[in-house]
Design a protein around this ligand. Structure first.
Ligand SMILES: [Zn+2]
Length: 405
């Protein structure tokens, strides 16, 4: 198969006019000017007209199992009140339709890879049959007493029969957050050798809880019958706490990181860990400005996520980028594209994903952009731009003209 378009951007710094990408099986076999590429692969040839072909977008943090129940979640100012609404929203009857709908919405929004949090252990089997690339983080939590023991038992059972990876699926772990998950569970997750994603430094209440053992999270845990009585707060920031638990390395992905000290940023920069920022979810919870610019300047790998539909308005990463471009106009367009392509792939530990090159995975989208005089890359983030085609592993998974293969 060959995809041809007015522009091809193999990465954020390269533009090929009248370009094409040749695909055989799941891989890209050639990229270049169309006249040179037109015989590089067998037909069909799909002509995307005036569009731009770019690497597919990587949504590094989402919870697809909440897709269909999101409408019943109210936007409330207090984070713990919001979390209370989420508890019990996932059940066997909602998971399958949620995941299927979430995958469809993602593919339509230009997403070729998701880093998905599996809140029940039920997402992975549904996701396995879907055409999107996915790193599936099995969520584990348990703070103290029986709650922690049950969490550890659940983790052990999962590791004993961990899902088998395939060409589109990578199993991983998500110790939930420092206010819900014991130090022991964090250590066991790290010891598994699987990639680890955790929610940290998300709220000011989390900082208070870890520093003094007080605040809204004490009430939150007690409402679930979970005691903090025998627990000694680490008297540290979330980042310092993660460092002492051995969580921070190139296999770790830290969701949110909304509230960091300068010392936290230094720890993070040395560790090789990645951060995933969720711009619209951040806005949904009325957080103060995210330190994304500081993180990027320090050379930290930052990716972008939509989080779930319970705290966002869509699962489209193209929409997420347009929002980010609007609220952070100082981020250069090349960096915007990097955040959702190569950075996202690095954050999820995926190789040969995130650029268009020979031997790389054929994960590609075609974006229709306005025909004006601005630099090509800027037009991708225009409010009117639209995804026309999503290809994952060499297969067309979404087409706005419904010409699916
Ligand atoms: Zn999350």
């Amino acid at each position: 198969m060959i995809l041809r378009a007015k522009y091809v951007m193999p990465d954020s710094r390269t533009i090929i006019e009248n370009g094409a990408v040749a695909i055989q099986g799941a891989e890209i076999v050639d990229v270049g000017p169309y006249p040179m590429i037109r015989h590089s692969a067998a037909p069909p040839i799909h002509d995307l007209g005036e569009a731009i072909l770019t690497p597919g977008l990587v949504n590094a943090h989402t919870h697809l199992d909440l897709t269909s129940s999101a409408d019943s979640v109210q936007r409330v100012p207090k984070f713990t009140d919001w979390v209370f609404q989420i508890v019990g929203k996932r059940n066997p009857s909602t998971i399958e339709p949620s995941i299927r709908e979430g995958v469809q919405q993602s593919l339509a929004g230009g997403v070729t890879t998701v880093g998905d949090i599996d809140g029940t252990g039920g997402s992975v089997q549904v996701l396995r049959g879907t055409p999107i690339r996915k790193v599936v983080f099995f969520e584990v939590l348990g703070f103290s007493g029986e709650h922690a023991a049950a969490g550890l038992a659940r983790l052990t059972a999962y590791l004993d029969s961990a899902p088998v990876p395939d060409s589109l699926l990578t199993p991983a772990l998500s110790p939930h957050a420092p206010y819900s998950t014991s130090a022991d569970i964090y250590r066991q997750c790290v010891a598994s050798g699987l990639s680890v994603c955790t929610h940290i430094a998300e709220t000011k209440e989390e900082l208070e809880f870890l520093s003094d053992g007080t605040g809204a999270f004490v009430d939150y845990l007690e409402a679930f019958g979970i005691s903090t009585a025998g627990w000694h707060p680490p008297q540290a920031t979330p980042m310092q706490y993660m460092e002492t638990l051995g969580v921070l390395d190139k296999n770790s992905l830290l969701a949110h990181c909304n509230y960091l000290t300068d010392a936290d940023v230094t720890i993070l920069a040395k560790s090789g860990a990645s951060v995933v920022f969720c711009p619209r979810s951040h806005h949904y919870f009325y957080h103060t400005d995210h330190p994304i610019l500081q993180l990027v300047e320090r050379g930290i790998n930052v990716a972008i996520g939509t989080d779930s539909l319970a705290s966002n308005w869509s699962l489209s990463l193209l929409d997420e980028l347009k929002f980010l471009a609007h609220i952070q106009p100082s981020i250069r367009p090349e960096m915007l594209l990097d955040l959702v392509t190569c950075n996202g792939a690095t954050a999820l530990g995926l190789e040969r994903v995130g650029r268009l090159d020979k031997g790389w995975q054929a994960d590609i989208i075609a974006v229709q952009v306005p025909n004006d005089g601005r630099p090509i890359i800027e037009r991708i983030f225009d409010s009117t731009s639209e995804n026309l085609l999503t290809v994952v592993g060499g297969k067309i998974c979404y087409s706005s003209s419904h010409e699916e293969e």
